[in-house]
Design a protein around this ligand. Structure first.
Ligand SMILES: Cc1ncc(C[n+]2csc(CCOP(=O)(O)OP(=O)(O)O)c2C)c(N)n1
Ligand code: SF4
Ligand SMILES: [Mg+2]
Length: 351
């Protein structure tokens, strides 16, 4: 594949993070997506989040499927591990990598076609198994790369660019993620950086499957009147449940807020997620209530965004399987191949 690297010139006054890296150290090659595509804004938000969290780029693994959305990992985190897999198969490749090496931070990037159509089986099973990852769907309601066919997230009655209405019921990936047991579930909009960046930061520090459905308008095939995934439609129908601040560990915490208006959620690494409620009755720790809230507001034609659910005491696949803490690539031959007696013990335990 051809690509254009970015010039390495750095402005001497670019701000640096705790590791001495600038924003540029978290970028990738120049994007080849259509100018104005929502996906590029999500890439920028990922760069911003990783810079602000001072993550070591070599500790991140980014994986994707096929689609314009799945091309985007080339455009961010150029110094991280990357694997561009097969259409709809990112979750199983990511699961395998995570089982082999739990020390990396896993970021799965996918599209609505990649995850809600061909890859829906993979999507639900990776979330229900508790794979510790951030899973972002860049949701434009169409197969952008193959020229704009409706995907399974397109709303019933939404119009294609040629004016044809979609006849099928939509799949709401957020509802599905809540149903199958994702422990961090959020929805955002590529045009809302103030909401998206803290959500990505919180998801990156969450232990367990963190899912973000990010509405990301396709300006080439799904940004016209009659679309429910256009910039204008999402701006007009956005119903945010909370406003977020992300506070990393070790930073002095000085917060001042009216009781009952703010919720503070502590992540497993000690970072804090401070949520200011916009919807008075909204409780981020109540999964069933989140599902009901989504259904009620969907029926009103609203797009619910924000952090919709977070499990306060999450666990993950390695906890369930009680696997070794050491990555496989750090084990020596005797640990990898402990011999016949160890195998006999394992077999006996399974009888
Ligand atoms: C197995 C397989 N089936 C079909 C395709 C053709 N194909 C490529 S991308 C794509 C859909 C992409 O849509 P989405 O995941 O929503 O990404 P977007 O381009 O909209 O970001 C399809 C059907 C393929 N590459 N591989
Ligand atoms: S076709 Fe749509 S999704 Fe693909 S790059 Fe262009 S605007 Fe983005
Ligand atoms: Mg799409």
């Amino acid at each position: 594949m051809t690509y254009l690297p970015k010039p390495r010139l750095h402005h001497p006054e670019l701000p640096t993070n705790a590791l001495g890296f600038t924003h540029r150290d978290y970028e990738g090659v120049i994007s080849t997506l259509c100018a104005g595509c929502g996906h590029d804004s999500i890439s920028a938000a990922i760069v911003h989040a990783c810079f602000e969290l001072s993550l070591q780029p070599h500790r991140i693994a980014k994986l994707s499927g096929i689609g314009c959305s799945s091309k985007t990992p080339a455009y961010f985190l150029g110094n991280s591990h990357g694997f561009n897999s097969v259409h709809g198969r990112m979750p199983s490749v990511l699961t395998g990598a995570y089982l082999a090496n739990r020390d990396l931070i896993y970021l799965g990037v996918s599209g609505d076609g990649d995850s809600a159509s061909i890859g829906i089986g993979q999507f639900v099973h990776a979330l229900r198994r508790g794979v510790n990852m951030v899973y972002i769907v860049e949701n434009n309601g169409v197969y952008g790369l193959t020229k704009g066919q409706f995907s399974a997230t397109a709303d019933k009655g939404a119009k294609s660019k040629r004016g044809v209405a979609n006849l099928d019921e939509p799949i709401d990936l957020v509802g599905l993620a809540l149903h199958v047991g994702a422990t961090f579930v959020a929805r955002s909009f590529s045009g809302d950086k103030a909401q998206l960046v803290p959500l990505i930061k919180a998801a990156l520090t969450h232990k367990g499957p963190a899912f973000i459905d990010c509405i990301s308008p396709c300006i080439a095939f799904n940004n016209h009147e009659g679309s429910t995934k256009s910039f204008d439609y999402v701006r007009a129908h956005n119903e945010a449940v909370n406003v977020l601040d992300f506070i990393p560990p070790r930073e002095e915490i000085t917060v001042d807020y009216a009781p009952g208006r703010v919720e503070v959620v502590t992540s497993h690494d000690g970072s804090l997620l401070r949520l200011r409620k916009l919807a008075g009755e909204y409780d981020v720790s109540d999964r069933e209530a989140a599902m009901e809230y989504l259904a009620v507001h969907h029926a009103r034609g609203e797009i619910t965004t924000g952090l919709l659910y977070v499990a306060l005491d999450p666990s993950d696949l390695h906890d369930f399987l009680d696997t070794a803490t050491k990555p496989l690539n750090a084990m020596d031959e005797t640990e990898l191949c402990p011999g016949a007696a160890a195998l006999d013990r394992i077999n006996a335990a399974l009888r």
